[in-house]
Design a protein around this ligand. Structure first.
Ligand SMILES: N[C@@H](CCC(=O)N[C@@H](CS)C(=O)NCC(=O)O)C(=O)O
Length: 221
């Protein structure tokens, strides 16, 4: 899938294994670009957050330094930009493709409805010092995430075999990684039976086997 222009492009990606940098890294792997990785885990505490603060004042990953030197944050924006930058990789519908509206809808739904919940979950003390309230927040955000997966699953077309049809897209990579997080795949499979087959397919994609093993080993089928 790599084109000669992609293989000449060099990126620096901030984000530890299993983080939101993972779908970005998976996309860059399929695109065939060069990636220097800086493993940072901001959810582990202040010192890790400080390590990324000069690159992203939000002190979050992923952050991607483009070949131009510009820094991009926001996982969905990065994935959409990469998809458009490397059309030959075929990882997104082009702007005039009828599937584009659906693609953008769900690419924005994921960070707005689901990924945003992890800011609370990563450090519940940011919203309340009360341990009992923190426990409630953890439980309710997990339920909210599960419900949002369910709502997405009931509104998508039957995957054929991917979320946008025949071709694997950025959307499949994004859902595959986010669905591994709390409340985890067992619950995801129950809430989102249509998407269950998609994420299993992406988990098992031979083009990503080495990548998954190195950056987000995952065994649940
Ligand atoms: N809106 C951001 C969210 C990024 C995000 O929440 N990243 C997590 C890691 S997966 C993080 O850095 N959490 C640490 C924190 O928020 O303190 C995106 O979509 O990229």
């Amino acid at each position: 899938m790599a084109s000669s222009s992609a293989s000449n492009d060099r990126y620096t990606l901030y984000g530890a294994p299993g983080s939101g940098a993972t779908p970005v890294h998976a996309a860059l792997t399929l695109i065939g670009a060069q990636v220097d990785v800086v493993d940072v885990s901001p959810w582990e505490g202040e010192s890790e957050r400080e390590r990324v603060s000069s690159i992203n004042p939000m002190r979050q990953v992923p952050a991607l330094v483009l070949p131009s030197g510009e820094v991009m944050t926001e996982s969905a924006a990065i994935l959409i930009w990469l998809g458009d930058r490397y059309p030959e990789a075929g990882l997104c519908p082009t702007p005039d493709d009828p599937l584009r509206a659906r693609y953008l809808r769900w690419m924005v739904y994921l960070p707005a409805a689901i990924y945003s919940m992890y800011w609370v979950r990563d450090e519940p003390t940011r919203l309340t010092p009360d341990p009992a309230a923190q426990a409630v927040m953890l439980e309710r955000t997990a339920e909210r995430i599960a419900h949002c997966w369910h709502l997405m699953d009931t509104q998508i077309d039957e995957p054929a075999p991917y979320l946008l049809g025949e071709k694997l897209s950025m959307l499949d990579l994004y859902v595959t990684v986010l669905s591994r997080w709390t409340p985890h795949r067992k619950r995801f499979y129950r809430e989102a039976p249509r998407m269950a087959g998609v994420v299993r397919r992406v988990d098992a994609d031979p083009r990503l086997a080495e990548f998954w093993a190195a950056r987000f080993p995952f065994s649940m089928g």
